[in-house]
Design a protein around this ligand. Structure first.
Ligand SMILES: [Zn+2]
Length: 405
């Protein structure tokens, strides 16, 4: 049975808000979007209805670290206590409960789809239980991994087992491999992951240009990252500094193409941004996390000006206070005042869905897409509903607009 809703604003994302529009849902999918009320529609009143949001970069399995890693002045200063905390693996029940709480809170604040980074597959049971769609990037680290192909073969077996479990539970989870970052993955491991992704799902992600320390390490092999790698006992003189920028390094490793989600890009020059744009890759910006870890302020306005697809992510609860994507949008609005609210909203919906390979089902209000829709209560004084939605919306003002479809 089709059912319909009407609201003061429908935000299709493909165009401007539709005042007083209606949406008809049939069998869990959008059947029609109309600019006027239709008979029998449930009236949601002074609300904006928009596609549920997409968190394109998080680490749900780190949710148990919420509030445990202090804010830092530089990225390597933030990493040290993180590594120390992770040396003791969490109690599985505690980690599971924290991941489940994090997913629940994210869903409550309007997120439908995740790009999740996993090192230990620690949030998989929670994702399956909530039936939350996600692309899970099984992330590998190893600056001195002796046999990268064996490491990748193990990881491939692991994600195929997880894929079978998700399929059996009818949860839309998809998996592929990802290298963590240039300072934590050897060139040989980068290359082994690339061989795997060429043979399987090419979609991948990498943390890139997160802090100035990474730029320095790649430029000349010195600086705080070099010191930290030595302290950790993983530095090797066989690693030769490439003498180039982060984006140029990713390109040399064959990792920069339309299936790549480049995460952070804080320390990107205009040339880095142009390389990402020309490759057709997507930048996933996490500005609240960047501030917390001391990485800097991402040149968000420059990403948009250059024509790079931009998605947003919250990053993990180890570096951000909540997984509310509306809070991420508010920080984006603050640091990129010249970017229109409409483009920011497109980033948090359609661009994220496309980058994760879910663009046919999520990210816009159009016939054929899933009815993954949220409604946001809008105060009476608001004139510009798009600006309002990027000014910070509390979870309490968000509701799911699913119908009895
Ligand atoms: Zn991350």
């Amino acid at each position: 049975m089709p059912s319909s809703i009407r609201a003061d604003w429908i935000l299709p994302i493909t165009g401007p808000p539709i005042p007083g529009g209606s949406i008809t849902i049939d069998d869990g999918r959008i059947a029609a979007v109309e600019p006027s009320p239709i008979a029998g529609a449930v009236d949601l009143g002074r609300c904006a209805v928009l596609p549920a949001l997409v968190n394109a970069h998080t680490h749900l399995e780190l949710s148990y670290l919420q509030g445990r890693i202090p804010r830092a002045a530089s990225f390597t200063d933030w990493v040290r206590p993180l590594l120390a905390a992770r040396r003791t693996p969490p109690d599985q029940d505690v980690a599971d409960a924290a991941a489940a709480d994090a997913i629940g809170e994210a869903v409550q604040s309007g997120t439908a789809l995740f790009g999740d980074v996993a090192n230990a597959m620690g949030a998989l049971s929670a994702l399956r239980r909530f039936k939350t769609p996600a692309h899970v990037f099984y992330e590998l680290l190893g600056f001195t991994t002796p046999d990268p192909d064996a490491r990748v073969a193990d990881a491939r077996a692991r994600i195929e087992a997880e894929q079978r479990a998700a399929t059996a539970d009818r949860v839309e989870l998809r998996f592929s491999l990802a290298p963590h970052a240039p300072y934590s993955v050897s060139p040989a491991l980068f290359d082994a992951i690339r061989r795997d992704s060429t043979a399987h799902d090419a979609r991948t992600t990498v943390h890139l240009g997160e802090g100035q320390e990474e730029v320095q390490l790649l430029a000349d092999g010195t600086g705080p990252w070099r010191g930290l790698l030595e302290t950790l006992g993983v530095w090797t003189d066989s690693w030769q500094p490439p003498g180039c920028s982060p984006a140029a390094y990713l390109q040399r490793r064959g990792f920069l193409d339309a299936s790549t989600l480049v995460v952070h890009a804080v320390q990107f020059t205009a040339a880095d941004i142009a390389l990402v744009r020309d490759a057709g890759a997507t930048i996933v910006s996490c500005p609240r996390s960047n501030a917390y870890v001391g990485a800097g302020v991402p040149p968000l306005g420059n990403f948009y000006d250059a024509g790079v697809p931009v998605a947003f992510g919250t990053d993990s609860l180890a570096s951000v206070e909540d997984l509310n994507m509306f809070s991420e949008l508010a920080e984006a609005r603050r640091i990129a005042p010249t970017v229109t609210a409409r483009r920011l909203l497109e980033s948090a919906t359609l661009t994220g869905a496309r980058a994760l390979g879910f663009g046919d089902d999520y990210g816009t209000i159009e016939p054929g897409k899933r009815a993954a829709l949220i409604s946001v209560r809008v105060p009476a004084a608001v004139r510009d509903v798009e600006e309002y939605l990027v000014s910070g919306v509390r979870a309490a003002d968000v509701a799911w607009a699913f119908l009895n479809a």
